[in-house]
Design a binder for this molecule. Structure first.
Ligand code: FAD
Ligand code: FES
Length: 351
């Protein structure tokens, strides 16, 4: 019966679907576009803010440690970025949260931190990512985080605490100083409430960050623990080296784009009918298109989420991480990690 009513509604409202009207009345009701409403803005430090968001219909939940692609309009242009979800897996109020640290000169993060009041509608995609705890949860865990790298781990700690499974976790966390430590009070409160959480914090400006060479002292049984590491590239590289003999025990989450190889020749790239741009050898196809005002899809901007792929029609592209030149007509190209290598043409969806 419901299906029939919906079908009749569809016939009466063609070419728009009833869902389209629902989305106009309340953006969270849309079944075709997932959105969320910011219901609370909570400063964590001078430059980091938690946005609590009520997701619309279609939100399927998340696993602790996963991220969400979030779309926001800045100066009339839609930008997508990726943020770890910081709340527990089953929030009692049905809301999700992200905690954003403003990157000086960044396009989206300062906007989310400083210019996104409660009531703002943001665009969302389904939670994704494999930086998650296995089931069943291992008996002993080690988390090593620095700066905003605490965010996915905070979701894990909150989830374990809510399930009564915060049994044996060592968290080694570095932040510039006490004032800039995201979740400082929450972390200390968790450690006070749960004897199974051992918290070691370092203020990098005075003491230097936690070094993995100290693990034998700070966490002597680290080899027997499942390890989760999130922070700057240097920390992640050090972790991969440290766990070289047991890589399966190490899980890392990277927020920063990978280093680029120089030496590309660049080329002239056509973005559908929208623009033709001279792209130098160091710049990604995504950055060059955006700089020319072409609205392009994107997400993590570092080759993880595939939110930026576009079909290649002609020419080839160059992987900025490895220098490899590749591509054939019809290939889907990740524009965030590929640059120009001679003339090329991309298909760009019209919005
Ligand atoms: C899986 C994943 C989870 C993430 N979770 C979080 C999170 O919980 N909280 C959070 O604050 N951020 C998180 N990020 C980073 C976030 O997606 C953005 O990269 C960040 O907010 C910067 O966006 P922007 O638009 O302000 O900067 P942009 O305008 O995109 O970049 C400005 C310049 O800074 C460089 N840059 C981009 N990102 C970084 C970075 N993280 N560190 C240093 N330089 C950078 C760019 O290469 C560019 O040169 C996550 C990223 C990933 C991939
Ligand atoms: S934006 Fe995520 S892979 Fe390109």
């Amino acid at each position: 019966m419901r299906a029939t009513v919906r079908a009749m509604g569809g016939a009466l409202t063609t070419p728009l679907l009833p869902e389209d009207f629902a989305g106009l009345i309340n953006p969270l009701w849309s079944r075709t576009a997932l959105r969320g409403r910011v219901v609370e803005v909570r400063p964590e430090t001078d430059r980091a803010t938690t946005l609590r968001i009520r997701p619309g219909r279609g939100w399927r939940g998340h696993r602790a440690g996963q991220y969400v692609r979030l779309g926001v309009d800045v100066d009339g242009v839609r930008h997508w970025r990726t943020y770890s979800l910081t709340g527990p897996e089953t929030p009692s109020d049905g809301c999700i949260s992200v905690t954003v640290q403003a990157l000086p000169g960044g396009v989206v993060s300062p906007h989310l931190v400083n210019a996104t009041p409660a009531g703002t509608i943001v665009h969302l995609e389904a939670a994704d990512g494999d930086f998650v705890l296995p089931e069943p949860v291992p008996g002993r865990l080690l988390m090593v985080t620095a700066g905003s790298g605490i965010t996915p781990v905070m979701a894990m700690l909150r989830t374990l605490a809510a399930r009564g499974q915060l049994a044996d976790v060592v968290l080694l966390h570095s932040a510039p100083n006490a004032a800039e430590m995201i979740f400082r009070d929450d972390l200390h409160a968790l450690a006070d409430q749960h004897r199974g959480l051992r918290l070691v914090t370092r203020q990098t400006r005075g003491e230097g960050r936690v070094e993995l060479a100290e693990l034998d002292t700070l966490c002597p049984d680290w080899r027997g623990r499942e390890a989760y590491v999130c922070g700057p590239v240097g920390l992640l590289d050090a972790a991969r080296a440290h766990w070289a003999n047991a890589p399966a025990r190490l899980h890392v989450e990277q927020f920063t784009p990978p280093a680029r190889t120089g030496g590309g020749c660049g080329g002239e790239v056509s973005y559908g009918e929208a623009a033709t741009v001279g792209v130098d050898g160091e710049t990604s196809l995504l950055e060059a298109g955006e700089a020319a005002g072409v609205p392009l899809p994107s997400g993590c901007r570092m080759g993880i989420c595939f939110g930026c792929v576009l079909p290649l029609r002609d020419g080839q592209v160059r992987d900025l991480r490895t220098g490899e030149v590749h591509g054939e007509p019809g290939d889907l190209v990740q524009t965030c990690i590929n640059g120009a290598s001679g003339a090329a043409r991309l298909d760009v969806p019209t919005t």
